[in-house]
Write a protein that binds this ligand. Structure first.
Ligand code: ZN
Length: 149
């Protein structure tokens, strides 16, 4: 288990240091801000949706390592996904960080599995899920900034 924990830690640190898709997206069809006042995480998420598919996704902003790594991993997983698939991933991630998901393995979850340990730290759940909540609201075409409070 400790080897797995080290791998997960490594994924989070690496995505925090070099976040993927960390830029403003030109020609985004949806732009939404997300805040986590408890920790000070604040991001803007950009989505380009065509034919109910996420053709491009990016984010900007600042926050703790968990929130930034989570947003980064999320963008790598959502590009090319349909809205329904994105919604399914949101639900899987939500169950994962709230400790409801029983089958946690790297094989089935990929890099999402790195956030499994977050469920042990309730204050960190909001950090990890901020980008995901923002993404879901953006897909629903909501324009109010997302706040975890
Ligand atoms: Zn945070």
């Amino acid at each position: 288990m400790s080897e797995l924990r080290a791998l997960y830690q490594e994924i989070i640190l690496e995505h925090n240091k070099k976040p993927r898709n960390f830029r403003k997206l030109e020609h985004a069809t949806r732009t939404l801000e997300g805040y986590n006042p408890l920790c000070g995480d604040h991001y803007t998420l950009y989505l380009k949706i065509e034919n109910d598919t996420v053709v491009d996704i990016s984010f900007e902003g600042a926050g703790c390592a968990i929130s930034k790594a989570s947003a980064s991993v999320m963008t790598t997983m959502l590009k090319g996904k349909s809205k329904d698939e994105a919604q399914g991933l949101f639900e899987t991630f939500h169950k994962l960080v709230t400790g409801e998901l029983k089958d946690i393995s790297f094989e089935t979850l990929g890099k999402l599995a790195a956030f499994a340990g977050v469920s042990e730290f309730p204050a960190r759940v909001k950090c990890a899920s901020l980008a995901w909540h923002t993404m879901r609201n953006a897909l629903d075409a909501q324009s109010e900034p997302v706040s975890t409070e």
